[in-house]
Ligand binder design. Sequence first.
Ligand code: PMP
Length: 376
Amino acid sequence: MKELKTLKEKGLLRDIKDRESSQGKAIIIKGREYINFASNDYLGLSSHPKVIEGAKKAFERFGGGGGASRLLSGGTVLHEELESLIADFKGTEKALIFNSGYSLNTGVIPSISNESDAIFSDELNHASIIDGCKLSRAKKYIYRHKDTEHLKELIKDVKAEKKIVITDGVFSMDGDIAPIKDICRLCKDEGAMLYIDDAHATGVLGRGKGTLEHFGIKPEPWIIQMGTLSKALGSFGAFVAGSCDLIEWLINTSRSFIFSTSLPPSVIGASIEAIKIIKKDISLIDNLWANRNKLAQALNESGFNTGKTETPIIPMMMKDIESTIKLSSELMQKGIYAPSIRPPTVKTPRIRLTVTASHTDEDIEILLRALKDFTF
Ligand code: PMP
């Protein structure tokens, strides 16, 4: 295939490297162990004994798959329990589970907007938001990354029935945090709704509660928060948290919720335990931040360009695709898994490091030593 050949020539061909081990800070690929700096399992919860036990118990009680969509007998009392736990944790009236963050963003965004509305989206928002916006029939306006002045210029001139500002809370490839305080103020002034994607903020920012809590802002009916259960919570799926009316509307209109088989009870059982863990004890979150600060500081002192990171997502910006691939494969030879991220996912090629609560000082030292040997 000609197109595939072109991708290969440009160094843009992707490949899959499957694990033979559980997820975590150490993984085994083709019989070799690697220190993993590529996982979003920020708190190491995917292999936490209580999370595994939660999945096992649910599996034994309810069996394997959901068997049908939630509206057609696919849900269990565990689904309901998880939604109540999330609503309580997030301080909202209600919450609703979707099968993944991707299916949530492509289901909720078209549900809350139509051709009379306008969506304002940060230029670095996640692909699932971009696709959700494409599916919605609203007019789209892209504002420069985190640039609230640009957002203001765009939003004040637009006439629409409803205006919705959409932003990642933590940006997945750069690790910086959206200026939610300023955005909230602007939304209030303009009577706009705010939609926050907390995929990478859940379990990480604001004692695990996400970006709003990080900025000390209370949830309001015009703010919609989504988060994923697949990253810091070590399970799978996603949730949207908001008002009773919002959740009822989504149950009745969101196509990815209505027309897809519900998540298996074992996954829900794991999520319930994960939420309970971070609700009760923030020591894992403290460990995560201690490791994050250690690594970010050491990389900066060694002269690496880590962009604007403020979180456990730490990109190392590279000058071109070739050197990015070279560094990634040299690290792999040294037993470190840190894959390259290239266009079109990002404009500037990079190694996207993610540090977790499970990494030890020694893991971080090994990475830093390996990086010192690399000639850029
Ligand atoms: N939003 C953001 C910001 C993400 O980074 C991701 C996943 N990479 C998603 C949504 C999609 O979530 P999921 O992996 O659960 O589909």
